[in-house]
Design a protein around this ligand. Structure first.
Ligand code: BGC
Length: 770
């Protein structure tokens, strides 16, 4: 754990320059707008340790798989979102010496991420090796309103000398992915052009033919006046274009460069149009100017915050943590494009390759359901629907038939690209999360139109998979699911993982329920679908039989669900009794020792209890929580949030708060010592759930909004915004009372601690809390 950011409600502030923290800060100060994003690298040259990264959503590369021992069924490639043209670069020379923070004496340094208005600022004072001192101030943002545009204001002030300043804004496509499997480069140059004050470079991926075009324009001011020195040196080389302008300056002069960049891709424009459009976009940005673009940015973010802010009074650390998470989630995915999804690291790093995981359905959907127009979550459902054919192909490759679908563990276009057998082939519970997301969407929004439109097709295909994957055990006289890995990846090839068996049967039952609903409400559509899918009553009978006769491992004496067959044969040790030096066990123990141990990486049985909470009484939830929590090492960032919610449910408020702390500042405090790889974007959605579902106790049951809030001891108040069925609700609670302000006209029914209320449009409801 490393705590070096200043506490502040709206800003992330780093003071002082510690090169050891640079990669961590590069992740934390990342910028993005759903279409592109980048790590917080410096504009000027930097020869210290840095992971340079600019990423364009959906532009990926099928990098050849690397494995020790090939197994049939492994995917050919591991797709990764590509590091693409470095568009922020501005080289600076001062009296012929290159500005490089690794090579000069840094006197003052400050970086601020302004989350309220969505920009990154940096200020530093340095002395170069020749004694020249300068002050630099930069502001950079990626526009939330113009998806292709990034803007930089870079100011240099001469503090103790007069002399020559050379500024070279450039675009550089000579970039690599640090996680490339064979150290290959992935881009070819297609064309480029460089003129005074303008340049572009167009690249193409070596496979799949994604084209990206990056164009820059810029403007210089000296002491506030626009200058246009006529002498501009043009540089170009393979995938690289630059302008260099030399300006004579006096002591105290301030030179500012405004750089306007457009990044486009062939995902959105026709290739022959790309160059023209990109240049027009950057020119338009320049013509509109920095101040207007910055205002647009602040306005767009104020709108985001109006809909998704969480306010915690009395705990700045918690406030900063939750806002940081909401900020990063909104930077990662905006939901306008149904072909895009949410990588576990968003645009903040390369780990996980930017692919789609079950994280989206299990953790992210609740956040977007409550904080964005329902179209956003619907687009996430459509994303999977559009990949259904590939999921069916994937299942066929593994021997399943008749339209059974196994969605991939990691994907970019629907094809599996994860290649560890225990995950690729065995972590099949992911299929259930995709079905659950459909339920979640319908349950939260009340919008059932997706069921007939496209969701039933997904549900039937997933159910077919479960029906074929379950086998009948004559010795148990029950259906079993063998050879799986549950959410707890610290156990592989287990039989009857309770969570997997549970979500499999739940999917079958939910699919049947949806079929029932459509038979009553959309008969014609249901007939079309059953014909198209060749679906018949025998399947229904079979599914019902599986549901009725599924085996669920239990420990009767303890009164708990067993994570899998044989779990109790393991030596039962608690995390608290582990030698502190062995934690995290994934960095200190051999893999076989982990597999043999009883330690659980992330919520597994408890994940299932969280999803299907309504089926269990409090005593059951408590028994399972009290058993599993002390055995869980939470070495997946996705784990503590689920434990927070269940701890809150059973009234273990201290535990809930402690678990929450672990989740909420995971990256800001570098809790797992891995923030340098990128931020844990998908688990940030879990942190949001911890506040809203955990402390707020929010649920939607039978079309009614339920709130059972409790507030951690030292918080004065907590409030969050949610959208619910056309309303926007501002929900605030203290120890004594709950206030709900309906900010829209539509009334809403709700229940607080089992009392029902009806809240009119634009009204305020106040409830005393027990
Ligand atoms: C977790 C998975 C998760 C993946 C990506 C892994 O460490 O165990 O559940 O899908 O990270 O976030």
């Amino acid at each position: 754990m490393k705590h070096y950011f200043e506490l502040n409600e709206w800003n992330i502030i780093e003071k002082g320059f510690n090169t050891d923290n640079n990669e961590i800060s590069e992740s934390v100060f990342s910028l993005g707008n759903g279409y592109m994003g980048q790590r917080a690298n410096f504009e000027e040259d930097y020869s210290g340790i840095s992971l340079k990264g600019n990423y364009i959503a959906g532009v990926y590369y099928p990098d050849k798989t690397r494995v020790g021992w090939w197994k049939n069924g492994y995917p050919e490639y591991f797709a990764k979102v590509l590091n693409s043209t470095n568009w922020i670069g501005i080289s600076i020379k001062i009296n012929d010496i290159t500005l490089d923070l690794a090579k000069c004496s840094v006197r003052e340094f400050e970086r601020v991420l302004n989350m309220k208005e969505g920009y990154l600022k940096r200020r530093f004072v340095v002395a170069l090796e020749n004694g020249n001192e300068i002050e630099v101030n930069t502001t950079r943002f990626i526009s939330m309103t113009r998806s292709e545009i990034g803007v930089i204001k870079y100011s240099i002030k001469l503090l103790n000398f007069s002399g020559k300043l050379e500024v070279s804004p450039y675009l550089d496509g000579n970039v690599v992915n640090c996680d490339s499997n064979y150290d290959e480069t992935f881009w070819d140059e297609i064309s480029k052009d460089v003129k005074p004050y303008e340049a572009y470079v167009m690249l193409k991926t070596k496979k799949l033919d994604f084209h990206i075009c990056t164009s820059m324009t810029f403007e210089l001011t000296k002491n506030g006046e626009v200058i246009k020195p006529p002498l501009v040196t043009l540089d170009e080389s393979e995938k690289y274009v630059a302008n260099t302008i030399s300006v004579d300056c006096d002591k105290n002069d301030e030179l500012v460069i405004y750089k306007y960049v457009a990044n486009t891709s062939s995902r959105y424009y026709e290739i022959p149009e790309l160059i023209k459009i990109t240049r027009e976009l950057s020119t338009k940005a320049k013509n509109d100017g920095f101040e207007i673009l910055l205002k647009e940015q602040a306005f767009a973010w104020s709108k985001k915050w109006q809909e998704s802010d969480i306010v915690i009074e009395g705990d700045v650390s918690a406030q900063q943590g939750i806002r940081f998470n909401i900020f990063q989630l909104n930077q990662t995915y905006t939901g306008e494009d149904y072909r895009l999804n949410i990588g576990p690291k968003g645009f903040t790093g390369e780990k996980y390759g930017g692919g789609t995981y079950w994280d989206t359905e299990a953790y992210c959907i609740p956040f977007y359901l409550s904080t964005a127009n329902e179209k956003v979550s619907k687009n996430l459902l459509l994303y999977r629907y559009n990949q259904l054919d590939k999921a069916i192909e994937n299942a066929e490759k593994l021997g399943f038939k008749n339209g059974a679908a196994l969605y991939p563990m990691v994907t970019m276009n629907g094809e599996e690209c994860h290649n560890e057998w225990e995950i690729t082939f065995e972590e099949i519970h992911r299929n259930g999360a995709i079905a659950y997301a459909i339920y979640n969407y319908v349950n939260y929004t009340g919008d059932k139109s997706c069921l007939g439109e496209f969701s039933l097709e997904v549900l039937i295909a997933i159910s077919r998979f479960w029906a074929q994957r379950a086998t009948f055990s004559t010795s148990k006289n029950k259906y079993v699911i063998l050879g799986v890995t549950g959410p707890n990846e610290y156990e592989n090839n287990v039989n009857n993982n309770w969570y997997t068996n549970k979500i499999a049967c739940w999917t079958l039952a939910y699919t049947l329920k949806v079929i029932n609903y459509l038979s009553e409400n959309e008969t014609k559509r249901l007939s079309e679908l059953t014909l198209k899918l060749n679906f018949n009553d025998d399947e229904i009978i079979n599914w019902k039989n599986i549901i009725k006769n599924m085996y669920y491992p239990r420990d009767e004496a303890l009164g708990i669900f067993l994570q899998q067959d044989g779990y109790m044969d393991k030596e039962q040790i608690l995390v608290k009794d582990l030698d502190k030096k062995s934690i995290p066990i994934n960095q200190n123990w051999s893999w076989d020792r982990i597999l043999r141990s009883c330690f659980i990486k992330q919520a597994d049985v408890l994940q299932g209890i969280y999803l299907f909470e309504q089926e269990y009484d409090i005593a059951t939830i408590k028994r399972n929580f009290d058993f599993y929590e002390p055995r869980t090492v939470h070495e997946s960032s996705l784990s503590p949030c689920i434990h927070t919610i269940l701890a809150a449910k059973i009234g273990d408020y201290d535990k809930a708060y402690n678990m929450y702390l672990r989740a909420s500042r995971l990256d800001l405090d570098n809790y797992n010592n891995d923030t340098k790889d990128g931020c844990h974007i998908t688990s940030m959605a879990g942190t949001w759930m911890a506040v809203v579902h955990g402390f707020g106790g929010l649920r939607v049951i039978n079309n009614k909004l339920i709130l059972n809030p409790f507030i951690p001891d030292h918080w004065c108040s907590c409030s969050f915004k949610i959208m619910f069925r056309g309303t926007l609700l501002n929900i605030k609670f203290t120890k004594e009372a709950l206030q709900i302000q309906n900010e829209h006209e539509i009334p809403v029914n709700l229940s607080v601690y089992e009392n029902d209320y009806y809240l009119n449009g634009n009204d305020l409801l106040e409830v005393k809390l027990p």
